[in-house]
Design a protein around this ligand. Sequence first.
Ligand code: AMP
Length: 520
Amino acid sequence: MAEKQRFQAIKGTRDLLPPETALWNHVERTANEIFSTFGFGEIRLPIFEPTELFARSIGADTDVVSKEMYTFVENPGVSSLEELRHIAVQMYALHIKDGFPDFFLALIRSLIHLVQSKSQVRELEIGSQLQSDLERMQLILNEYEKLSSSEELHEKEKKSKLLSDLAIKIQLLRFSDRVSLRPEATASVCRAYIQHGMHSLPQPVKLYYTGPMFRRERPQKGRYRQFYQIGAEVLGGTDAPAIDAEVIEMVMTFFARLGLEGAKLDINSIGCRECRPAYVELLRAELVKVKDQLQPDSQRRIETNPLRVLDSKLESEQPVIEKLPRIAEHLCSACAAHYASVKHNLVLRNVAYHENWRLVRGLDYYMRTTFEITAPGLGSQNAVCGGGRYDGLIEILGGLPTKGIGFAIGEDRLILSLQEAGKAPAPRRLDVYVAWMGEKTYDTAVRAARALRGAGFAVELPASAQKFGKALGHADKLGARYALILGDDEVASGQWTLKTLSDGSQSKFTEPDLLAHLKL
Ligand code: AMP
Protein backbone atom coordinates (compact mmCIF):
# COMPACT_ATOMS: atom_id res chain seq x y z
CA MET A 1 0.00 0.00 0.00
CA ALA A 2 1.27 3.45 -0.84
CA GLU A 3 2.56 5.28 2.18
CA LYS A 4 0.26 8.12 3.25
CA GLN A 5 1.79 11.49 2.59
CA ARG A 6 1.88 13.74 5.61
CA PHE A 7 2.01 17.40 4.75
CA GLN A 8 3.80 19.80 7.04
CA ALA A 9 3.84 23.57 7.06
CA ILE A 10 6.90 24.80 5.16
CA LYS A 11 10.01 25.47 7.23
CA GLY A 12 9.89 28.92 8.76
CA THR A 13 6.10 29.18 8.49
CA ARG A 14 3.61 28.12 11.12
CA ASP A 15 -0.07 27.81 11.91
CA LEU A 16 -1.46 30.12 14.53
CA LEU A 17 -4.13 28.26 16.43
CA PRO A 18 -6.78 29.07 19.00
CA PRO A 19 -6.55 30.01 21.80
CA GLU A 20 -3.33 31.85 20.78
CA THR A 21 -5.11 33.61 17.92
CA ALA A 22 -7.26 35.37 20.52
CA LEU A 23 -4.08 37.11 21.67
CA TRP A 24 -3.21 38.06 18.07
CA ASN A 25 -6.66 39.59 17.69
CA HIS A 26 -6.30 41.43 20.96
CA VAL A 27 -2.93 42.86 19.89
CA GLU A 28 -4.25 43.98 16.50
CA ARG A 29 -7.41 45.48 18.00
CA THR A 30 -5.30 47.38 20.53
CA ALA A 31 -3.05 48.69 17.73
CA ASN A 32 -6.14 49.86 15.89
CA GLU A 33 -7.50 51.60 19.00
CA ILE A 34 -4.26 53.30 20.01
CA PHE A 35 -3.16 54.29 16.50
CA SER A 36 -6.53 55.80 15.71
CA THR A 37 -6.27 58.01 18.82
CA PHE A 38 -3.12 59.41 17.18
CA GLY A 39 -5.00 60.07 13.92
CA PHE A 40 -3.72 57.11 11.89
CA GLY A 41 -5.91 55.34 9.35
CA GLU A 42 -5.45 51.76 8.20
CA ILE A 43 -4.01 50.93 4.78
CA ARG A 44 -4.37 47.41 3.32
CA LEU A 45 -1.72 46.55 0.80
CA PRO A 46 -1.02 43.79 -1.70
CA ILE A 47 1.12 40.88 -0.51
CA PHE A 48 3.20 41.01 -3.69
CA GLU A 49 4.67 43.90 -5.60
CA PRO A 50 7.10 44.37 -8.49
CA THR A 51 10.52 43.11 -7.39
CA GLU A 52 11.97 46.39 -8.59
CA LEU A 53 10.04 48.31 -5.92
CA PHE A 54 11.96 46.50 -3.17
CA ALA A 55 15.25 46.55 -5.06
CA ARG A 56 15.01 50.35 -5.27
CA SER A 57 13.72 51.03 -1.80
CA ILE A 58 15.47 48.49 0.42
CA GLY A 59 18.53 48.35 -1.84
CA ALA A 60 19.52 45.72 -4.39
CA ASP A 61 22.68 44.78 -2.50
CA THR A 62 21.09 44.26 0.92
CA ASP A 63 20.69 40.71 2.25
CA VAL A 64 16.91 41.08 2.23
CA VAL A 65 16.75 41.83 -1.49
CA SER A 66 19.69 39.85 -2.81
CA LYS A 67 19.13 36.62 -0.85
CA GLU A 68 15.91 36.56 1.10
CA MET A 69 13.05 37.53 -1.18
CA TYR A 70 10.54 35.07 -2.61
CA THR A 71 10.54 36.12 -6.24
CA PHE A 72 8.79 34.65 -9.25
CA VAL A 73 8.10 35.56 -12.85
CA GLU A 74 4.62 36.78 -13.75
CA ASN A 75 4.40 34.66 -16.90
CA PRO A 76 5.04 30.98 -16.08
CA GLY A 77 5.56 30.27 -19.82
CA VAL A 78 8.97 31.91 -19.57
CA SER A 79 10.42 29.77 -16.81
CA SER A 80 12.34 27.56 -19.28
CA LEU A 81 13.82 30.72 -20.81
CA GLU A 82 14.73 31.98 -17.38
CA GLU A 83 16.48 28.70 -16.64
CA LEU A 84 18.46 28.81 -19.87
CA ARG A 85 19.39 32.39 -19.16
CA HIS A 86 20.52 31.46 -15.67
CA ILE A 87 22.64 28.55 -16.98
CA ALA A 88 24.25 30.78 -19.61
CA VAL A 89 25.17 33.37 -16.98
CA GLN A 90 26.72 30.68 -14.80
CA MET A 91 28.49 29.05 -17.71
CA TYR A 92 30.09 32.34 -18.63
CA ALA A 93 31.24 32.93 -15.08
CA LEU A 94 32.66 29.41 -14.70
CA HIS A 95 34.12 28.42 -18.05
CA ILE A 96 34.67 31.26 -20.47
CA LYS A 97 37.88 32.33 -18.83
CA ASP A 98 39.18 28.80 -19.41
CA GLY A 99 38.65 29.38 -23.14
CA PHE A 100 35.66 27.11 -23.89
CA PRO A 101 33.08 29.44 -25.45
CA ASP A 102 31.34 26.92 -27.72
CA PHE A 103 28.70 25.66 -25.32
CA PHE A 104 28.04 29.19 -24.16
CA LEU A 105 27.50 30.39 -27.73
CA ALA A 106 25.34 27.38 -28.60
CA LEU A 107 23.23 28.03 -25.54
CA ILE A 108 22.68 31.64 -26.52
CA ARG A 109 21.71 30.65 -30.05
CA SER A 110 19.20 28.14 -28.64
CA LEU A 111 17.85 30.74 -26.28
CA ILE A 112 17.25 33.24 -29.08
CA HIS A 113 15.66 30.50 -31.16
CA LEU A 114 13.40 29.43 -28.29
CA VAL A 115 12.28 33.01 -27.65
CA GLN A 116 11.33 33.36 -31.32
CA SER A 117 9.37 30.09 -31.37
CA LYS A 118 7.54 30.96 -28.17
CA SER A 119 6.59 34.28 -29.63
CA GLN A 120 5.31 32.60 -32.83
CA VAL A 121 2.99 30.35 -30.81
CA ARG A 122 2.01 33.38 -28.70
CA GLU A 123 3.43 31.99 -25.47
CA LEU A 124 5.51 35.09 -25.13
CA GLU A 125 5.05 38.70 -26.08
CA ILE A 126 8.29 40.28 -27.24
CA GLY A 127 8.24 43.89 -26.09
CA SER A 128 10.41 46.57 -27.68
CA GLN A 129 13.15 46.27 -25.03
CA LEU A 130 13.41 42.50 -25.43
CA GLN A 131 13.31 42.86 -29.23
CA SER A 132 16.22 45.28 -29.27
CA ASP A 133 18.20 43.18 -26.76
CA LEU A 134 17.75 40.10 -28.95
CA GLU A 135 18.79 41.98 -32.10
CA ARG A 136 21.88 43.29 -30.37
CA MET A 137 22.79 39.78 -29.20
CA GLN A 138 22.35 38.43 -32.71
CA LEU A 139 24.66 41.16 -34.05
CA ILE A 140 27.33 40.27 -31.51
CA LEU A 141 27.02 36.61 -32.45
CA ASN A 142 27.42 37.46 -36.15
CA GLU A 143 30.44 39.61 -35.46
CA TYR A 144 31.97 36.84 -33.38
CA GLU A 145 31.51 34.34 -36.18
CA LYS A 146 33.17 36.65 -38.68
CA LEU A 147 36.37 36.68 -36.66
CA SER A 148 38.88 34.07 -37.77
CA SER A 149 39.96 31.32 -35.46
CA SER A 150 43.44 32.84 -35.43
CA GLU A 151 45.24 32.86 -32.12
CA GLU A 152 46.58 36.36 -32.63
CA LEU A 153 46.37 38.41 -29.50
CA HIS A 154 44.25 41.26 -30.83
CA GLU A 155 41.76 38.77 -32.35
CA LYS A 156 41.57 36.93 -29.04
CA GLU A 157 40.98 40.19 -27.22
CA LYS A 158 38.21 41.18 -29.62
CA LYS A 159 36.52 37.83 -29.10
CA SER A 160 36.74 37.99 -25.38
CA LYS A 161 35.26 41.51 -25.44
CA LEU A 162 32.34 40.26 -27.58
CA LEU A 163 31.75 37.36 -25.20
CA SER A 164 31.73 39.68 -22.24
CA ASP A 165 29.24 42.00 -24.05
CA LEU A 166 27.03 38.97 -24.62
CA ALA A 167 27.26 37.97 -20.98
CA ILE A 168 26.21 41.44 -19.85
CA LYS A 169 23.30 41.47 -22.28
CA ILE A 170 22.12 38.10 -21.16
CA GLN A 171 22.34 39.05 -17.53
CA LEU A 172 20.02 41.99 -18.13
CA LEU A 173 17.58 40.09 -20.32
CA ARG A 174 14.04 40.12 -18.88
CA PHE A 175 11.35 37.86 -20.34
CA SER A 176 8.65 38.75 -17.90
CA ASP A 177 7.92 41.06 -15.01
CA ARG A 178 9.18 39.74 -11.73
CA VAL A 179 7.16 39.99 -8.59
CA SER A 180 8.17 39.36 -5.00
CA LEU A 181 6.34 38.56 -1.82
CA ARG A 182 6.83 41.66 0.26
CA PRO A 183 9.69 41.46 2.78
CA GLU A 184 8.40 44.63 4.49
CA ALA A 185 5.68 47.21 3.82
CA THR A 186 7.23 50.68 3.87
CA ALA A 187 7.98 50.52 0.15
CA SER A 188 4.37 49.56 -0.58
CA VAL A 189 2.99 52.40 1.56
CA CYS A 190 5.22 54.85 -0.31
CA ARG A 191 4.16 53.39 -3.64
CA ALA A 192 0.52 53.79 -2.64
CA TYR A 193 1.14 57.39 -1.48
CA ILE A 194 2.53 58.24 -4.91
CA GLN A 195 0.00 56.17 -6.89
CA HIS A 196 -3.03 57.74 -5.20
CA GLY A 197 -1.69 61.31 -5.27
CA MET A 198 -1.84 61.49 -1.49
CA HIS A 199 0.44 64.54 -1.55
CA SER A 200 -2.70 66.55 -2.35
CA LEU A 201 -4.40 65.45 0.89
CA PRO A 202 -3.88 67.46 4.09
CA GLN A 203 -0.31 66.66 5.19
CA PRO A 204 1.09 64.68 6.79
CA VAL A 205 -0.71 61.51 5.83
CA LYS A 206 -0.67 59.01 8.70
CA LEU A 207 -1.14 55.35 7.82
CA TYR A 208 -0.76 52.04 9.61
CA TYR A 209 -0.85 48.44 8.43
CA THR A 210 -0.72 44.90 9.76
CA GLY A 211 0.04 41.72 7.88
CA PRO A 212 2.45 38.99 6.86
CA MET A 213 5.93 39.63 5.45
CA PHE A 214 8.23 37.09 3.82
CA ARG A 215 11.99 36.67 4.09
CA ARG A 216 14.01 33.54 3.42
CA GLU A 217 15.97 33.76 6.67
CA ARG A 218 17.38 30.95 8.79
CA PRO A 219 14.48 30.09 11.08
CA GLN A 220 14.97 30.21 14.85
CA LYS A 221 13.04 31.36 17.90
CA GLY A 222 11.49 34.73 16.99
CA ARG A 223 12.67 34.52 13.39
CA TYR A 224 10.41 33.09 10.71
CA ARG A 225 10.14 33.09 6.95
CA GLN A 226 6.55 34.26 7.15
CA PHE A 227 6.25 36.72 9.99
CA TYR A 228 3.86 39.52 10.84
CA GLN A 229 4.43 43.20 11.23
CA ILE A 230 2.37 46.05 12.56
CA GLY A 231 3.75 49.27 11.20
CA ALA A 232 2.96 52.92 10.64
CA GLU A 233 4.26 55.70 8.41
CA VAL A 234 3.91 59.49 8.50
CA LEU A 235 4.33 60.88 5.01
CA GLY A 236 4.48 64.47 3.80
CA GLY A 237 4.45 67.77 5.71
CA THR A 238 7.52 68.75 7.67
CA ASP A 239 10.31 66.87 9.41
CA ALA A 240 9.52 68.58 12.71
CA PRO A 241 11.16 66.66 15.60
CA ALA A 242 7.77 66.57 17.32
CA ILE A 243 6.62 64.13 14.62
CA ASP A 244 9.51 61.74 15.33
CA ALA A 245 8.79 61.92 19.04
CA GLU A 246 5.06 61.42 18.60
CA VAL A 247 5.57 58.33 16.43
CA ILE A 248 7.82 56.85 19.13
CA GLU A 249 5.36 57.86 21.85
CA MET A 250 2.63 56.03 19.93
CA VAL A 251 4.57 52.73 19.86
CA MET A 252 5.43 53.01 23.54
CA THR A 253 1.78 53.79 24.41
CA PHE A 254 0.71 50.73 22.44
CA PHE A 255 3.22 48.51 24.26
CA ALA A 256 2.17 49.94 27.62
CA ARG A 257 -1.51 49.30 26.85
CA LEU A 258 -0.66 45.68 26.11
CA GLY A 259 1.11 45.42 29.45
CA LEU A 260 4.51 44.76 27.86
CA GLU A 261 7.04 45.42 30.59
CA GLY A 262 10.76 46.01 30.23
CA ALA A 263 10.63 47.36 26.67
CA LYS A 264 13.80 49.38 26.10
CA LEU A 265 13.93 52.23 23.59
CA ASP A 266 17.23 53.04 21.87
CA ILE A 267 17.53 56.15 19.72
CA ASN A 268 20.16 57.74 17.53
CA SER A 269 20.58 60.32 14.81
CA ILE A 270 22.46 59.31 11.70
CA GLY A 271 22.73 62.77 10.21
CA CYS A 272 21.80 63.82 6.71
CA ARG A 273 23.28 64.09 3.22
CA GLU A 274 25.28 67.08 4.41
CA CYS A 275 27.07 65.58 7.38
CA ARG A 276 26.93 61.79 7.05
CA PRO A 277 29.27 61.31 4.07
CA ALA A 278 32.14 63.00 5.95
CA TYR A 279 31.46 60.83 8.99
CA VAL A 280 31.33 57.67 6.88
CA GLU A 281 34.71 58.56 5.37
CA LEU A 282 36.18 59.20 8.80
CA LEU A 283 34.76 55.89 10.00
CA ARG A 284 36.19 54.11 6.96
CA ALA A 285 39.63 55.60 7.57
CA GLU A 286 39.57 54.52 11.22
CA LEU A 287 38.33 51.03 10.25
CA VAL A 288 41.16 50.61 7.76
CA LYS A 289 43.61 51.18 10.62
CA VAL A 290 42.11 48.31 12.66
CA LYS A 291 41.20 46.08 9.72
CA ASP A 292 43.32 43.14 10.90
CA GLN A 293 41.38 43.01 14.18
CA LEU A 294 38.08 42.53 12.33
CA GLN A 295 36.45 39.41 10.90
CA PRO A 296 35.93 38.94 7.12
CA ASP A 297 32.32 40.26 7.10
CA SER A 298 33.31 43.52 8.74
CA GLN A 299 36.46 43.74 6.65
CA ARG A 300 34.32 43.59 3.53
CA ARG A 301 31.95 46.22 4.86
CA ILE A 302 34.77 48.73 5.32
CA GLU A 303 34.57 49.11 1.56
CA THR A 304 30.88 48.43 0.88
CA ASN A 305 29.11 50.01 3.83
CA PRO A 306 31.20 50.98 6.87
CA LEU A 307 28.12 51.96 8.94
CA ARG A 308 27.07 48.31 8.95
CA VAL A 309 30.24 47.38 10.88
CA LEU A 310 28.65 49.13 13.85
CA ASP A 311 25.85 46.50 13.76
CA SER A 312 28.32 43.69 14.43
CA LYS A 313 27.44 41.49 17.38
CA LEU A 314 30.73 39.53 17.26
CA GLU A 315 32.31 39.39 20.71
CA SER A 316 35.86 39.84 19.39
CA GLU A 317 35.01 43.03 17.50
CA GLN A 318 33.33 44.86 20.36
CA PRO A 319 36.43 46.45 21.95
CA VAL A 320 37.51 47.73 18.51
CA ILE A 321 34.09 49.15 17.66
CA GLU A 322 33.77 50.88 21.02
CA LYS A 323 36.77 53.06 20.17
CA LEU A 324 35.48 54.20 16.75
CA PRO A 325 34.35 57.80 16.16
CA ARG A 326 30.68 58.43 17.06
CA ILE A 327 28.28 60.12 14.70
CA ALA A 328 26.71 62.33 17.39
CA GLU A 329 30.00 64.24 17.50
CA HIS A 330 29.96 64.78 13.73
CA LEU A 331 26.39 65.95 13.06
CA CYS A 332 25.90 69.23 11.22
CA SER A 333 24.27 71.97 13.29
CA ALA A 334 20.81 71.38 11.75
CA CYS A 335 20.94 67.63 12.54
CA ALA A 336 22.32 68.24 16.03
CA ALA A 337 19.46 70.68 16.72
CA HIS A 338 16.92 68.24 15.31
CA TYR A 339 18.24 65.41 17.48
CA ALA A 340 18.29 67.57 20.60
CA SER A 341 14.70 68.56 19.92
CA VAL A 342 13.57 64.95 19.38
CA LYS A 343 15.03 64.10 22.80
CA HIS A 344 13.38 67.14 24.40
CA ASN A 345 10.07 66.14 22.84
CA LEU A 346 10.42 62.60 24.18
CA VAL A 347 11.00 63.94 27.70
CA LEU A 348 7.89 66.12 27.31
CA ARG A 349 5.95 62.98 26.45
CA ASN A 350 7.35 61.01 29.37
CA VAL A 351 9.10 58.55 27.08
CA ALA A 352 12.33 57.10 28.54
CA TYR A 353 15.12 56.48 26.02
CA HIS A 354 18.73 55.36 25.77
CA GLU A 355 21.07 56.87 23.25
CA ASN A 356 22.79 54.21 21.17
CA TRP A 357 25.31 55.63 18.74
CA ARG A 358 25.64 52.24 17.03
CA LEU A 359 22.04 52.19 15.84
CA VAL A 360 22.44 52.90 12.14
CA ARG A 361 20.81 52.24 8.81
CA GLY A 362 23.01 51.77 5.81
CA LEU A 363 20.93 53.29 3.03
CA ASP A 364 21.31 56.83 1.79
CA TYR A 365 17.71 57.92 2.09
CA TYR A 366 17.62 57.25 5.84
CA MET A 367 18.05 60.47 7.74
CA ARG A 368 18.43 61.68 11.27
CA THR A 369 16.24 59.77 13.73
CA THR A 370 16.56 56.00 14.02
CA PHE A 371 15.15 53.92 16.84
CA GLU A 372 14.82 50.36 18.00
CA ILE A 373 12.86 48.78 20.83
CA THR A 374 13.91 45.54 22.48
CA ALA A 375 11.73 43.42 24.71
CA PRO A 376 12.52 40.78 27.33
CA GLY A 377 12.06 37.02 26.96
CA LEU A 378 13.17 36.78 23.33
CA GLY A 379 16.77 35.54 23.50
CA SER A 380 19.01 36.81 20.73
CA GLN A 381 16.16 37.99 18.49
CA ASN A 382 15.02 40.62 20.96
CA ALA A 383 14.33 43.58 18.64
CA VAL A 384 10.60 44.03 18.64
CA CYS A 385 10.39 47.28 16.71
CA GLY A 386 12.62 49.20 14.33
CA GLY A 387 12.01 52.61 12.84
CA GLY A 388 13.41 55.79 11.48
CA ARG A 389 13.19 58.80 9.24
CA TYR A 390 13.53 58.29 5.48
CA ASP A 391 13.09 61.68 3.85
CA GLY A 392 14.58 60.60 0.50
CA LEU A 393 12.57 57.44 -0.17
CA ILE A 394 9.45 58.72 -1.93
CA GLU A 395 11.63 60.64 -4.37
CA ILE A 396 13.69 57.53 -5.14
CA LEU A 397 10.42 55.75 -5.94
CA GLY A 398 9.43 58.43 -8.45
CA GLY A 399 7.43 60.83 -6.26
CA LEU A 400 8.01 64.43 -5.22
CA PRO A 401 10.51 65.17 -2.43
CA THR A 402 8.54 64.09 0.64
CA LYS A 403 9.36 63.75 4.33
CA GLY A 404 8.76 60.36 5.88
CA ILE A 405 9.16 58.50 9.14
CA GLY A 406 7.84 55.14 10.27
CA PHE A 407 8.37 51.94 12.18
CA ALA A 408 7.63 48.24 11.98
CA ILE A 409 6.84 46.09 14.99
CA GLY A 410 7.55 42.35 14.79
CA GLU A 411 4.16 41.03 15.90
CA ASP A 412 5.39 37.44 16.39
CA ARG A 413 8.07 38.66 18.79
CA LEU A 414 5.72 41.05 20.56
CA ILE A 415 3.36 38.16 21.19
CA LEU A 416 6.15 35.83 22.32
CA SER A 417 7.29 38.44 24.80
CA LEU A 418 3.74 38.96 26.13
CA GLN A 419 3.32 35.20 26.51
CA GLU A 420 6.67 34.79 28.27
CA ALA A 421 5.62 37.47 30.75
CA GLY A 422 2.22 35.85 31.28
CA LYS A 423 0.51 38.92 29.79
CA ALA A 424 -1.80 37.04 27.46
CA PRO A 425 -5.38 37.89 28.48
CA ALA A 426 -7.45 34.78 29.22
CA PRO A 427 -9.15 33.64 26.02
CA ARG A 428 -12.90 33.99 25.91
CA ARG A 429 -14.68 31.21 27.82
CA LEU A 430 -17.68 29.29 26.68
CA ASP A 431 -20.67 30.67 28.59
CA VAL A 432 -23.41 28.11 28.11
CA TYR A 433 -23.44 24.49 27.04
CA VAL A 434 -26.96 23.46 25.99
CA ALA A 435 -27.44 19.91 27.26
CA TRP A 436 -30.59 18.77 25.50
CA MET A 437 -32.04 15.30 25.85
CA GLY A 438 -34.69 13.64 23.68
CA GLU A 439 -35.79 14.66 20.19
CA LYS A 440 -38.73 16.66 21.51
CA THR A 441 -36.52 19.16 23.25
CA TYR A 442 -34.43 19.92 20.16
CA ASP A 443 -36.61 22.84 18.90
CA THR A 444 -36.39 24.49 22.29
CA ALA A 445 -32.63 23.93 22.42
CA VAL A 446 -32.18 25.62 19.03
CA ARG A 447 -34.35 28.55 20.11
CA ALA A 448 -32.49 28.91 23.41
CA ALA A 449 -29.11 28.89 21.64
CA ARG A 450 -30.28 31.57 19.18
CA ALA A 451 -31.60 33.79 21.95
CA LEU A 452 -28.45 33.42 24.06
CA ARG A 453 -26.08 34.04 21.14
CA GLY A 454 -28.20 37.03 20.13
CA ALA A 455 -27.61 38.42 23.61
CA GLY A 456 -23.85 38.01 23.08
CA PHE A 457 -23.15 34.78 24.99
CA ALA A 458 -20.82 32.07 23.68
CA VAL A 459 -22.96 28.97 23.32
CA GLU A 460 -22.26 25.36 22.41
CA LEU A 461 -25.24 23.47 21.00
CA PRO A 462 -24.38 19.80 20.46
CA ALA A 463 -25.51 18.53 17.08
CA SER A 464 -27.08 15.37 18.48
CA ALA A 465 -28.82 14.40 21.69
CA GLN A 466 -26.52 13.12 24.43
CA LYS A 467 -26.99 11.34 27.71
CA PHE A 468 -27.02 13.71 30.67
CA GLY A 469 -23.69 12.56 32.19
CA LYS A 470 -21.87 12.64 28.89
CA ALA A 471 -23.20 16.11 28.08
CA LEU A 472 -22.00 17.51 31.42
CA GLY A 473 -18.60 15.86 30.96
CA HIS A 474 -18.28 17.50 27.55
CA ALA A 475 -19.38 20.89 28.95
CA ASP A 476 -16.69 20.59 31.63
CA LYS A 477 -13.99 19.74 29.11
CA LEU A 478 -14.90 22.77 27.03
CA GLY A 479 -14.62 24.94 30.16
CA ALA A 480 -18.22 26.15 30.04
CA ARG A 481 -19.52 28.30 32.89
CA TYR A 482 -23.03 26.91 32.77
CA ALA A 483 -24.95 23.97 31.40
CA LEU A 484 -28.49 24.72 30.32
CA ILE A 485 -30.36 21.47 30.88
CA LEU A 486 -33.35 20.89 28.62
CA GLY A 487 -35.25 17.65 29.11
CA ASP A 488 -38.94 16.81 28.58
CA ASP A 489 -39.86 18.25 32.01
CA GLU A 490 -38.20 21.59 31.33
CA VAL A 491 -39.86 21.95 27.94
CA ALA A 492 -43.30 21.02 29.30
CA SER A 493 -43.11 23.38 32.30
CA GLY A 494 -41.21 26.23 30.57
CA GLN A 495 -38.85 26.19 33.58
CA TRP A 496 -35.31 25.63 32.31
CA THR A 497 -32.56 24.25 34.53
CA LEU A 498 -29.28 26.16 34.72
CA LYS A 499 -26.36 24.35 36.32
CA THR A 500 -23.33 26.36 37.45
CA LEU A 501 -20.46 24.05 36.60
CA SER A 502 -17.94 25.45 39.11
CA ASP A 503 -20.02 24.52 42.17
CA GLY A 504 -22.66 22.17 40.78
CA SER A 505 -25.57 24.34 42.00
CA GLN A 506 -28.79 24.35 39.94
CA SER A 507 -31.68 26.80 39.58
CA LYS A 508 -34.79 26.99 37.41
CA PHE A 509 -35.60 29.95 35.15
CA THR A 510 -38.17 30.92 32.55
CA GLU A 511 -36.60 31.94 29.24
CA PRO A 512 -36.73 35.76 29.89
CA ASP A 513 -35.55 35.32 33.49
CA LEU A 514 -32.63 33.20 32.32
CA LEU A 515 -31.39 35.93 29.98
CA ALA A 516 -31.80 38.55 32.67
CA HIS A 517 -29.95 36.35 35.19
CA LEU A 518 -27.01 35.64 32.85
CA LYS A 519 -26.64 39.28 31.91
CA LEU A 520 -26.00 40.21 35.56
P1 AMP B 1 12.94 45.38 9.85
O1 AMP B 1 11.86 45.51 8.81
O2 AMP B 1 14.03 44.42 9.46
O3 AMP B 1 13.44 46.70 10.37
O4 AMP B 1 12.26 44.64 11.08
C1 AMP B 1 11.33 45.27 11.94
C2 AMP B 1 10.92 44.26 12.98
O5 AMP B 1 10.31 43.13 12.36
C3 AMP B 1 12.10 43.66 13.75
O6 AMP B 1 12.44 44.47 14.86
C4 AMP B 1 11.52 42.34 14.19
O7 AMP B 1 10.76 42.50 15.37
C5 AMP B 1 10.60 41.95 13.05
N1 AMP B 1 11.23 40.96 12.14
C6 AMP B 1 12.09 41.17 11.14
N2 AMP B 1 12.43 40.03 10.52
C7 AMP B 1 11.75 39.03 11.16
C8 AMP B 1 11.65 37.61 11.00
N3 AMP B 1 12.31 36.96 10.04
N4 AMP B 1 10.86 36.91 11.85
C9 AMP B 1 10.17 37.56 12.84
N5 AMP B 1 10.21 38.89 13.02
C10 AMP B 1 10.99 39.63 12.21
